[in-house]
Design a protein around this ligand. Structure first.
Ligand SMILES: [Zn+2]
Length: 419
């Protein structure tokens, strides 16, 4: 089933309240007439704590990151795993039950808790609800205690958030489903351990497919097919739609491009990197998105400008476009030759103060992320709409694939975005 998981917005309120209402009175549902209420939803919206799973634009399930002192105060939680975050108000439409939606949302919620700095998850499950207990067995929660609250008997579930997590990075500016992968949380082995998303690197096909499933789930993307291509360090940005999407593999049949733009909902765009810059762009008002692979070669050909122009041709407006420059090799590690510096100077017409330094060996250190930012500014993107994820892939070889650090013996990161 194709789905998306996004932060709930004000316009989702009525649908969320309806979803809650439909739970009340069902077996094992601890909620009453007064709870959860309109105020509960307001509180969740005010602190960006409510996530909804949608298919074809309508809400099928929801979950919240809870702040409940009564639960926090329970004596059973492991102090070594503090702070623990609680997931609560997990609700699925009655007609959508038994399709795995609760598990998908729980997994996403755990990824979100980890992103927010929690070390463990706390989750209460009615101890008599055998179906739920069975369904959540796959997560390997530890039962650390029992409690009686809201007139029900609960098991207190706890789990550390470090194992089997993808650690997917997200933009603070973009709310469409999206993410930048790390090398963690996958099933590949050997030099591809563990989350390799490259299809042309000699990794086991089934492993890569499972890795995609996990990465997409952490992005809130519930699609099996997506758009990607053979990246050739050019400046070709393609306008794509559903007909260009495919399931993982069949890489040899792909078209050559380094960026994709779409206005079609439900079509994930994917680019691969392992030091080069993954760039995601979104105009959420006019509903146009782009994904770009921007190494130094693509950057000096101004692939950023290509991407922005293609977005405008689909109805985007420059002042609405938000951009996130993802994890890539940083100023600290990106050593280049003079030909690269010459090309950057030509691109930016000499406006290169602070972008590079010359080393004693005659080579240069280059701040490619800021070069990309400058290109975006020159294309008319507002400065406050440009975010840079500072992580350097070469400095953090345990977290990211770095082509230079591994001398090419590596898997690939992916960056994905979907309307
Ligand atoms: Zn570095």
């Amino acid at each position: 089933m194709d789905y998306e998981i996004v932060l709930a917005k004000e316009e989702d309120r009525a649908e969320i309240l309806r979803l809650y209402r439909l739970q009340k009175g069902r077996e094992y549902c601890p909620w009453d007439e007064d709870y959860p209420s309109d105020e509960t939803v307001s509180f969740d919206l005010s602190r960006d704590a409510l996530f909804v799973l949608k298919t074809e634009g309508s809400i099928k399930a929801a979950v919240s990151i809870e702040e409940d002192e009564d639960v926090d105060r329970l004596g059973c939680w492991d102090k070594e795993l503090a702070p623990g975050g609680e997931l609560a108000r997990l609700a699925v439409l009655p007609e959508e039950q038994n399709r795995g939606l609760a598990r998908i949302l729980l997994q996403f919620g755990m990824e979100e808790l980890k992103r927010r700095g929690y070390r463990s998850i706390h989750f209460l499950v009615n101890k008599h609800n055998i179906k739920a207990l069975k369904s959540y067995a796959v997560f390997g929660f530890r039962t650390v205690g029992e409690c009686h609250m809201y007139e029900q008997d609960f098991l207190c579930y706890e789990k550390e958030l470090s194992d089997r997590m993808t650690d997917t990075r997200r933009s603070k500016l973009i709310t469409f489903p999206h993410g930048f992968s790390t090398r963690n949380g996958g099933v590949s082995t050997g030099i591809f351990e563990s989350l390799n998303l490259g299809m042309n690197r000699g990794d086991n096909e089934d492993s890569v497919k499972e890795n995609y499933k996990r990465f997409f789930a952490s992005c809130g993307i519930g699609s099996r097919s997506f758009v990607c291509g053979k990246q050739v360090h050019g400046k070709n940005v393609m306008i794509v739609d559903q007909s260009d999407a495919r399931e993982p593999y069949g890489y040899e049949k792909l078209f050559e491009a380094d960026g994709y733009v779409t206005k079609t909902p439900g079509v994930p765009l994917v680019v691969f990197t392992a030091d080069c810059i993954p760039l995601l762009l979104a105009d959420e008002k006019n509903r146009v998105v782009a994904a770009v692979h921007s190494g130094w070669r693509g950057t000096v050909q101004d692939i950023e400008k290509e991407a922005v122009e293609k977005m405008l041709s689909l109805g985007a407006e420059t002042e609405e476009i938000k951009a996130c420059i993802g994890p890539a090799i940083g100023y600290c590690c990106f050593e280049v030759g003079e030909e690269v510096i010459d090309a950057v100077n030509e691109l930016l017409k000499g406006d290169t103060d602070g972008l590079y330094t010359k080393k004693e060996n005659g080579r240069y250190m280059l701040d490619l992320k800021t070069v990309v930012k400058k290109c975006l500014l020159r294309s008319g993107i507002r400065e406050e709409h440009i975010e840079i994820i500072e992580d350097c892939t070469m400095c953090l070889p345990g977290k990211y694939w770095s082509h230079r650090y591994t001398n090419g013996e590596r898997g690939s990161q992916a960056a994905a975005i979907m309307i």
